[in-house]
Design a protein around this ligand. Structure first.
Ligand code: NPG
Length: 369
């Protein structure tokens, strides 16, 4: 495959409702889409970096900058998606930027071969169960309304965002109102080691897991916490590669892993992490980063691998967007169909894409070939 260049396209997508987490409130996404133009086909990737470096050190302007100045030039001479990680390895970090470039090339390559990403990754299912992530609300009645609405739509698992001051009471209220629904919580690093006793109060609610209670660098703190709290700890932000996953599992810091392709540097690394976890008996689930249909399609493919035994943050497009840039993913019986078409199986709808685009930049590749 000969790569001619990459189009970096920024798209502004308003959310249907504000999404509040312990690190901020999001009302729209400023999405960086990458289109790889090759002699095989064009391919799409979505960069999940946020507008501000609040979830991770990456942010969308920084991702565009590192792609433009360092990552894309380093791809001259790369002919296959599986060469991308090696070519970009000299550049530290920036996994979300790297993931988007690799995803675009993988999509182009698979489209050229008329093979689906799901097949390529090792999918074993034609549909995946949908979990939904529910933001922090102003009041418990408002939260109960929101959760009730998602359960009515058919979501099979609820994740509540928590932070100090919004944890035990909302979890208790949801448990009391909705009975034995699959329930888990996500703190996005909002607690400290001193909160161990407080977090242990969540044990009585039979949660599937507590996600990333402590700082991303405090892996040892999670291992200590896991000896105090009975609910399984699941790491997200701390796990940036298969090697960090192996270490966290060995330390006893995590019993379950949230795999997000952007956070770990791409779908190929995500598969490698999945394969390790499957072999080690560590359940995994697919995280979400409020993706448009481009990233969502690829996440659904990943979530259909055999080790993804817990429902992921894999929601219908309508959970976040009134209008998506691809045909929307619609939930049926609490599940989404795994795309079967070539590559990620979906493409942006040109008129909608153009309407939501805020900038486009073309970066040609000076190929060594
Ligand atoms: O379903 O796409 C989704 C969102 C799931 O809660 C979700 N994502 O911390 O996991 C997270 C959180 C997130 C969203 C993190 C956006 C960073 C950015």
């Amino acid at each position: 495959m000969k790569v001619e260049g990459f189009e970096l396209r920024r798209v502004a997508m308003p959310l249907v409702t504000p999404f509040r987490t312990s690190f901020g409130t999001q009302t729209a996404r400023d999405i960086l889409l990458v289109k790889a133009v090759t002699d095989a086909a064009d391919g799409w990737g979505e960069c999940v970096a946020g507008a501000d470096p609040l979830y991770s050190p990456e942010y969308v302007d920084g991702a565009a900058d590192v792609m433009r100045r360092f990552l894309i030039p380093a791809l001259a001479g790369v002919g296959d998606a599986d060469e991308v990680a090696g070519a970009l390895h000299p550049f530290k970090g920036h996994r979300m930027a790297k993931a988007a470039l690799e995803a675009a090339l993988l999509d182009a390559e698979l489209r050229g071969l008329a093979r689906s990403l799901a097949n390529e990754l090792g999918s074993v299912a034609d549909r995946v169960p949908c979990g939904v992530s529910v933001g922090i609300m102003d009041s418990i009645p408002q939260l109960l309304d929101a959760v009730g609405g998602y359960l009515d739509e058919g979501y099979v698992r609820i994740k509540l965002k928590i932070e100090p001051g919004w944890d035990v009471a909302p979890v208790r209220a949801v448990r009391e109102r909705f009975g034995d629904v699959w329930l888990q919580v996500d703190a996005n690093t909002a607690y400290t080691r001193d909160d161990a006793g407080h977090l242990a109060q969540l044990d009585e609610f039979d949660l599937l897991l507590i996600e990333q209670p402590l700082d991303e660098e405090d892996v040892l703190g999670h291992a200590d916490l896991a000896r105090v709290v009975k609910t399984p700890i699941c790491l997200d932000e701390s796990i940036t590669s298969t090697e960090t996953a192996v270490a966290a599992v060995r330390l006893g810091a995590t019993r379950i892993i949230n795999i997000k392709p952007g956070r770990v540097g791409g779908y190929l690394e995500a598969r490698r992490m999945h394969d390790y976890c499957l072999g080690a008996g560590v359940p995994v689930w697919c995280g979400g980063m409020v993706e448009s249909g481009i990233g969502r399609a690829a996440n659904i493919a990943l979530a259909s691998l055999p080790g993804f035994t817990l429902p992921g943050d894999v929601s219908a497009s309508g959970r976040f967007y009134e209008v998506d840039i691809t045909p929307p993913f619609v939930m049926r019986d609490g599940h989404l169909d795994v795309p079967t078409g070539p590559g990620i199986g979906v493409e942006p709808i040109p008129e909608i894409l153009d309407e939501l685009t805020t900038s486009v930049e073309w970066i040609p590749l000076r190929s060594a070939r």
